[in-house]
Design a protein around this ligand. Sequence first.
Ligand code: PMP
Length: 432
Amino acid sequence: DFTAFFAALGQEELNNYYVKLQKEYDDYKSQKLSLDMSRGKPCPEQLDISMEMLDLVKSSDSLHAADGTDLRNYGGLDGISEAKELFAQILGVSAKEVLIGGNSSLNMMHDTIARAMLHGVPGGGTAWGKLPVVKFLCPSPGYDRHFAICELFQIEMITIRMTNEGPDMDAVEKLVSEDDAIKGIWCVPKYSNPDGITYSDEVVDRLASMKTKAGDFRIIWDDAYTIHHLTDQPDPLKNMMDACKAAGNPDRVLQFASTSKITFPGSGVAVMAASENNLAAIRKQLSVQTIGPDKINQLRHVRFFPDMNAVHHHMKKHAELIKPKFDLVISLLEAELGDKQIASWHKPNGGYFISLNTLDGCAKAIVAMAAGAGVTLTKAGATYPYGKDPQDRNIRIAPTYPSLTELKTAIQVLCLCVQIVSLEKVMGQQGE
Ligand code: PMP
């Protein structure tokens, strides 16, 4: 597994290079850094651009929806129609297919799985939880919190390799056609967490039309980054709801999104979109669970975003703030690691992450070493089911929160650790 760069160095040069890197690492260590790149959080400047939204609901206002609903009171299980209209446009569905939730789409996904486990879903007879085993396909690297939901409900996770176009569909089609215990698949179809990949049209069509042995198979379409572009040429994503309808499987997809990374994480509005058939069943159960979500926050959001132009204008401001951070990471990776063949990465056109793949068996050691110098990264392995990366090579970089200065240092430390750990591996192999 020698890389050309290291192989070209003689034994002595290699040793000198290693000593030089170690010294640089020790220098960083003595700086007592405390830099956190572990979670995909907007930076304070990003939060600032939504502050005016807080002035759009005032005590002197009439807090009534267009249909006359008094938003200060109970009522409205699935959201105000203005909010449904807005999200219908964001998600490319009809307003009748939208259900507005609370402040977290993760919460909605969790509850969706919980309801399926307890009561089942339309098209399936049995509650999933009553079956001897339930399995989900997990394209990986993926979003750790999806996998945590499966773990909580003891849903067996099957790792599916990610390609540059989305999940490995040959593997997906084969598995779902043979095993009726496989009830679903987690998908982050646009600017995926963490790879930043957008599913191709072919992947969307194959997911929508594939034959599943389970009659109640569901695609959890977590479109969290659907409008989170970094460039003026956004990745196109084929409309999954349309594809499912065209394939005669209108109930197959459950879409999710939120304004967490549009306005305020934790104080945004979450949404689910699904066929009217699915939503009818969900509303029935939801009406026992809650009297309704926060309509005043929905009003704030629809006033802040009167139309899609306002949404896109706002997302451009986010991009202006975070694109320099993505550019910095990519250029540092290029400069420090580009010629060494010890790591690879994908340059995303949107979303919140850059996914770094190192040599096999190095990610855990790199993340630990970076932590030793005060740089916190997402735990190695977190991007795989059960926290176990079979090749121990994926590292998720979340560049949005730190300042440019902090980010520069953090990525330099990371690149240093990638080199040191890779070199140790190479030198170890040389000695064998
Ligand atoms: N889905 C994905 C893919 C995410 O990366 C995140 C984290 N922002 C979430 C869902 C959580 O979103 P929410 O704040 O709406 O729960």
